[in-house]
Design a protein around this ligand. Structure first.
Ligand SMILES: [Zn+2]
Ligand SMILES: [Zn+2]
Length: 202
């Protein structure tokens, strides 16, 4: 793809047109990745429901697919795979650890026969939204190095969990002190809290 990333402005540039890529378009690429991820995760659950794989294999495939997608989204947020640092990988690790804990419980519920096929497929798909958080963590980690400030604003169209309301930042705030959407949040970032960034506090 003809894209180049500039870490100082934290923007992608289309090298064919010379134009910056709009932030909304970057978010759209992340959402497309989430949608593909959801399809893949539900596919694993369908194979399990058809008895083509067992619970252990299902969990392995879920974990692997989640890991790949978190990595891709983190890379979009950081400006490419080669810009990922140990800090980025640490954040992915923490995210995945949380998801793997849920996956463990999922496996237990399956083994105890607590879930119908439809519930299994729906629950598998719910893991997809977690990868959106890795995009934001990638972005926040990278922008943090350049001293960006951010505001975090509530989307007036969306329902918000109480965490989102407490994470709102109406004033320019050093990015290290802003919580990325989906982190420590009941809604998992589905609310579409809006972010704006700038390089200096004034
Ligand atoms: Zn929330
Ligand atoms: Zn929110």
């Amino acid at each position: 793809m003809p894209y180049q990333f500039d870490p100082v402005t934290h923007r992608y540039r289309n090298t064919e047109t010379g134009r910056f890529v709009k932030y909304a378009d970057v978010l759209e690429a992340v959402d497309a990745e989430i949608n593909r991820l959801e399809v893949r995760l539900k596919g694993h659950a369908r194979l399990l429901a058809q008895n083509k794989i067992d619970i252990a294999e299902f969990q392995i495939r879920m974990a692997q697919t989640l890991k790949e997608s978190h990595l891709r989204n983190m890379a979009i947020g950081a400006g490419g795979v080669k810009r990922l640092t140990p800090t980025h990988y640490g954040k992915i690790g923490a995210q995945l650890k949380k998801q793997y804990r849920y996956l463990n419980k999922f496996g237990q519920d399956l083994a105890e026969g607590k879930l119908t096929k439809e519930q299994t497929i729906r629950r598998a798909g719910m893991y997809a939204k977690s990868a959106r958080t890795s995009f934001f963590e990638g972005e926040f980690t990278s922008r943090g190095k350049y001293g960006f400030y951010a505001k975090r604003l509530l989307d007036p169209q969306a329902q918000h969990c109480s965490s989102c309301i407490s994470f709102q930042r109406l004033q320019w705030t050093p990015i290290q002190n802003v919580t990325p959407p989906g982190v420590d949040c009941e809604c998992g970032g589905r609310c579409r809290c809006r972010l704006i960034f700038k390089l200096f506090s004034i």
